[in-house]
Ligand binder design. Structure first.
Ligand code: HEC
Length: 502
């Protein structure tokens, strides 16, 4: 019996057909740990049936071809010839390029050989390492370093899986899925990022787990997103550890239903080195968890230690620096739910506002939990364990754990976003431009209002500028070129930008 199975597997491997790039290499046999047998020792299988749920993408990806990319070849070239369902297997080596993936069901897998990685190295000059807009994209085992903009950025791709990557010293965002649904970010090591190491923007049904995130301004950021779980991460030596918030002015106006549980959030006291004026530039160094304007955020079973401003800081937009008010976003963080957490040595060098608030509450010591501004219908359990400011009037929660919720990842992959041609400008604007431009406020780029004044009846001028931006302002970074968008799409985005009223 065993032999027959082996024979079938061997034939299958040959039948799959390998594509070998330009030069021939002995590609190693890659064993997919998900589909293999499980360890059967130490546990009596008969006593309990163990079911392992396969990830959505693993279930779905068709058995396509494998394209092997060798050191010196181009990953992008392999993506260009790949079809949906194919795997791009990147051999150890150094790759200096930006990879755009606009097809569905593409899997990029780095090969790690005796500690040598497939490394995307932007050499301090390239903007982005991997940009995808396809659905069901998997990116695994890559090392990414020295890009100026993004490590891995997704634009409107659903059912993504980004895991086991090492992303160091890479620009503004490490892993940045935007406008996606049903995605997993897990087992990545990310450090030295100027804005957020993991930045989930305008997305739904997201799982961020088992990542090691450090030496960045923001560790893990859930922004204008819903139904997200952030669990089992090690978040240390950032300016702020884990953030759930609403950035005003973006096309999606809410953040709610976020569970932050079982994380180690330690020593997030790094000096803030974000671009001046950006939202995260306002985070006080020493913030373990920041909840700003987000609703229904549950904080449970984290170990939150040695964060000098506060273990958990809860604020509305009115009390936050670097934020403007968006009439369409409720500025208050409502229904915040603080369950059991271990809090140790936080708030020992806190901000003056916290000290003043403590005086009014006649509290002494260092604040673990600090709330400023309005927060309605919020609750806490075991509040006596912590030094708190601003939550005396919070209710007791009427539940104590989130055990019933395993994951917000959906059992079936969600369909790709339907993009009507007439919607193209809006989608590109929301997916790309809104990551850096808001209507009234300064973000990475200048406010859209200012741009509208400059380019009133001249969308073509914008389309030309974004294809090949030149340096315009001393107090802003240079805008990265958007020349991977075709001329028609650039014009559509420009027209949409000029039509925005908020
Ligand atoms: C990664 C961040 C980023 C993204 C994404 C981005 N921009 Fe920008 N944009 C900037 C920055 C930074 C500047 C300011 C550059 C300067 O002043 O030198 C800028 C400036 C501009 C300007 C002003 C040009 C001028 O003449 O002053 C326009 C127009 C513009 N962007 C349009 C767009 C459009 C349209 C998109 C989407 C397709 C977009 N941007 C995406 C960062 C970004």
């Amino acid at each position: 019996m065993n032999k027959i199975i082996t024979a079938i597997v061997v034939i299958g491997a040959f039948a799959a057909g390998l594509y070998f790039g330009t030069s021939q290499t002995n590609a190693p046999v890659i064993t997919n740990a998900d589909s293999g047998a499980s360890y059967s020792g130490g546990f009596d299988k008969a006593s309990k049936s163990v079911s392992v749920k396969k990830s959505a993408v693993a279930q779905r990806i068709k058995a396509g071809k494998t394209h092997v990319v060798n050191d010196g070849d181009s990953i992008m070239a392999a993506v260009q010839v790949a079809n949906s369902g194919d795997t791009i297997q990147v051999m150890p080596g150094s790759y200096h390029e930006t990879v755009y993936i606009d097809k569905d069901d593409i899997r990029i897998v780095g090969v790690i050989n005796e500690g040598n990685y497939a490394t995307l190295d932007g050499q301090g000059t390239l903007n982005d390492a991997i940009l995808y807009s396809g659905n069901n994209i998997v990116i695994e085992n890559m090392r990414i370093t020295k890009y100026k903009g993004n490590g891995i950025m997704g634009q409107a791709g659903n059912n993504f899986e980004i895991r086991n990557n090492i992303i160091v010293d890479t620009g503004v965002y490490g892993i940045f899925p935007q406008l996606g649904q049903n995605g997993i970010v897990e087992y990545n090591v990310i450090s030295g990022i100027e804005d957020a190491a993991i930045y989930v923007g305008m997305s739904d049904n997201i799982h961020v787990a088992h990542n090691d995130v450090f030496d960045s301004v923001a560790g893990i950021e859930i922004e204008n997103s819903r139904h997200a779980i952030v669990e089992n991460n090690y978040v240390h030596n950032n300016t702020g550890g884990i953030l759930a918030f609403i950035t005003p002015g973006l096309p999606i106006k809410t953040t709610f239903d976020v569970i932050i549980r079982n994380n180690f959030i330690d020593n997030n006291n790094h000096k803030n080195f974000a671009a001046p004026g950006s939202t995260v530039a306002g985070i006080p160094a020493g913030t373990g968890i920041l909840i700003m304007a987000a609703d229904e955020v549950i904080v449970e079973n984290n170990i939150i230690s040695n964060n000098k401003t506060a273990g958990i800081l809860i604020t509305d937009h009115n009390n936050a620096p670097n934020t403007t008010i968006d009439p369409e976003s409720d500025p208050a963080p409502d229904k915040v739910m603080l369950l059991n957490n271990i809090m140790l040595n936080n708030g020992y060098d806190t901000i003056d506002e916290a000290k003043a608030l403590m005086l009014t509450e006649l509290k002494q010591g260092h604040p673990d939990i600090l709330r400023v501004g309005v927060s309605r219908d919020s609750c806490v359990i075991n509040r006596h364990r912590y030094v708190t400011v601003g939550i005396n009037d919070w209710a007791e929660c009427n539940f104590t754990n989130t055990h019933a919720i395993d994951s917000y990842i959906l059992d079936e992959p969600v369909a790709p976003r339907e993009i009507d041609p007439s919607e193209r400008g809006k989608v590109v604007y929301m997916g790309i431009c809104a990551g850096c431009h808001t209507y009234t406020g300064r973000m990475i780029g200048p406010p859209v209002q200012i741009i509208q004044a400059l380019y009133m009846d001249n969308p073509q001028g914008i389309a030309d500028f974004i294809a090949k931006p030149t340096k315009k302002r001393d107090d802003y970074p240079e805008m990265p070129p958007q020349n991977y968008l075709d001329a028609e799409t650039r014009l559509a985005a420009a027209k949409y930008m000029l039509s925005r009223k908020n």
